[in-house]
Design a protein around this ligand. Structure first.
Ligand SMILES: [Zn+2]
Length: 254
């Protein structure tokens, strides 16, 4: 049966892997920016033993009806969702053209190129600098880039006008929320060690909303106001110092 040719591109949906070099198919094949991805049949490259001689299965143009070759894409977002696209970080619309084979879940195409890319907000790095360097690889495809945030679409970069303030604002406030949360959560937990300047090392036995209950090496209990404990980035440890305007911050119980 002859595979029909489509001269006008059709729009379908698919997911990609995304790394510093750009987009990859889920099987690892690189999508080169600015160039259509042309399907090649891997099956036809497999040498198959025929009797005592090895014959190469006749190479054919991809895709073929009775093969599995071609660039895969889903017909709609529902189909794509069913395939668990949200595991991969980038999904989007893709142009398909050339020979197309229709299959249960969508298409197998001869040629493909991205039409628009959606980045799932939950899978993005946190800092703007990191995001920018990764997005740079996607910009080279010269197609619109959006952030998909719990079903809301936010423009990040446009083919004709570059970065969009809506997307950058979103990423910046997201970075700030993350930073605030991290700072809030930056409190010692049970079992952590705290260097109490002038008294030695204590181990956190319990934490309540106001205080840390800690045990010094000599088994005396020291209660420390939570706000007195800071993470020392240089020493990579929690430290408490009886300073900073707190009167009697350390209360010793015998
Ligand atoms: Zn094939």
């Amino acid at each position: 049966m002859k595979v029909p040719d489509y001269f006008f591109p059709l729009v379908a949906y698919r997911a990609w892997q995304w790394d510093a070099h750009g987009l990859r198919s889920l099987n690892g094949e690189q999508w080169v920016a600015g160039r259509p991805l042309a399907a090649a049949c891997r099956a036809s490259n497999v040498a198959r033993p025929v009797g005592r001689v090895r014959a190469v299965h006749g190479a054919h143009g991809a895709p073929q009806m009775d093969c599995t070759c071609g660039v895969y894409a889903a017909k709609n977002l529902d189909h794509l969702r069913q395939s668990g696209y949200d595991k991969y970080g980038v999904y989007g619309e893709v142009y398909l053209w050339g020979s197309l084979v229709e299959c249960a879940f969508g298409w197998r195409a001869q040629f493909a190129y991205p039409k628009a890319l959606y980045l799932l907000s939950d899978t993005l790095p946190v800092t703007l600098a990191e995001i920018r360097s990764r997005v740079q690889a996607l910009i080279s495809y010269r197609k619109d880039i959006f952030i998909s945030h719990h079903g809301v679409r936010i423009a990040l970069w446009r083919e004709n006008s570059g970065f969009e303030s809506a997307g950058l604002d979103f990423l910046m406030s997201r970075g700030q929320h993350w930073y605030d949360r991290r700072t809030r959560e930056k409190t010692p937990h049970r079992g952590d060690r705290i260097a109490i300047l002038g008294s030695g090392i204590a181990v956190v036995a319990d934490v309540d909303s106001e205080q840390l209950h800690t045990l010094l090496e000599n088994h005396s209990v020291v209660r420390i106001g939570r706000r007195m404990v800071v993470w020392n980035e240089q020493n990579l440890r929690w430290e408490a110092s009886p300073r900073a305007g707190f009167k009697n911050p350390l209360k010793r119980e015998e």
